[in-house]
Structures are given as structure tokens and as C-alpha cells.
Design a protein around this ligand. Structure first.
Ligand code: HEC
Length: 102
């Protein structure tokens, strides 16, 4: 019964591979979910999301960081980590992203 043992190790290998491949996807989705929460909770208080939507694709990571710093000065309450995370999300968010454009 050597061949069935082989089949099981193949199945296991495929299982591990698909988990390894799926992991970053899950992490990405979690990150996006977190950014979405931050955006709706911390950014929508003062202006429409449209204001953010307009800027997608226009700003580098550094520019987003400085925009967000300015928002914090305006009164947005974000921890250092949250600022970092949001700046990263916004700098890679595609133009017209649903999260901020709908
Ligand atoms: C306390 C009020 C307040 C909050 C909260 C706030 N903003 Fe703003 N935002 C402003 C004001 C006032 C302006 C216009 C003046 C300016 O640009 O500094 C503005 C303008 C902007 C602009 C357009 C100007 C530019 O530099 O591109 C963007 C983009 C922006 N905000 C993003 C955000 C993001 C992202 C958040 C969440 C982290 C946020 N804002 C939260 C007050 C706020």
C-alpha cells in the first residue's frame, strides 16, 4: 500500500502549500478591513470620504504621512501605529477604491 501513502503525502503537501499561499491574502484582507474601520471612524467626522478619494494615486507614502499628521493636528485621534498603517494603505490604494469612493 505504498501508493496510497504517497497520495496522502501529496495531499498534505498541497494542503500546506495552499495554506502558505492563502496566508498573505488573509493578512491583506485583515489589513484592508482595519484601514476601512480607521477611515470610517477617524476620517469621516470632518469631511466626506470624497476628499480622500480625490487624492488616491496622487500622494506618495511620505505625502500621505504628512497629510495624516495634519489631520491629527486638525483633531483626528490616531495613534502612531494607526497613522503609519493608514498612510501605507492610502499610498497603495487603487484610484477609485470602493472603501473611500462610494
Ligand atoms: C478634525 C477634523 C478632520 C479629521 C478627523 C480629518 N480631517 Fe482631513 N481635512 C480636515 C480639514 C480641515 C481639511 C482642509 C484643510 C487641509 O487640507 O488641511 C482636510 C483635508 C483633507 C484632505 C485634502 C487635502 C490634502 O492634503 O490632500 C485629505 C486627503 C484628508 N483631509 C484626508 C483625511 C484622512 C485620511 C483622515 C483620517 C485619518 C482625515 N482627513 C481626517 C479635517 C479633518
Amino acid at each position: 500500500m505504498k501508493s496510497s501513502g504517497n497520495r496522502i503525502s501529496w495531499l498534505l503537501a498541497i494542503l500546506f502549500l495552499s495554506i502558505a499561499v492563502a496566508q498573505p491574502l488573509v493578512a491583506d484582507q485583515e489589513k484592508q478591513g482595519k484601514c476601512e474601520t480607521l477611515l470610517t471612524q477617524k476620517c469621516e467626522a470632518c469631511h466626506y470620504m470624497a476628499r480622500i478619494c480625490e487624492q488616491l494615486g496622487n500622494k506618495s507614502l511620505r505625502q500621505w504621512k504628512s497629510t495624516i499628521k495634519r489631520m491629527v493636528k486638525h483633531g483626528s485621534k490616531l495613534s502612531k501605529d494607526e497613522q503609519q498603517e493608514l498612510a501605507l494603505c492610502l499610498s497603495i490604494m487603487p484610484v477609485g477604491a470602493e472603501i473611500v469612493c462610494q
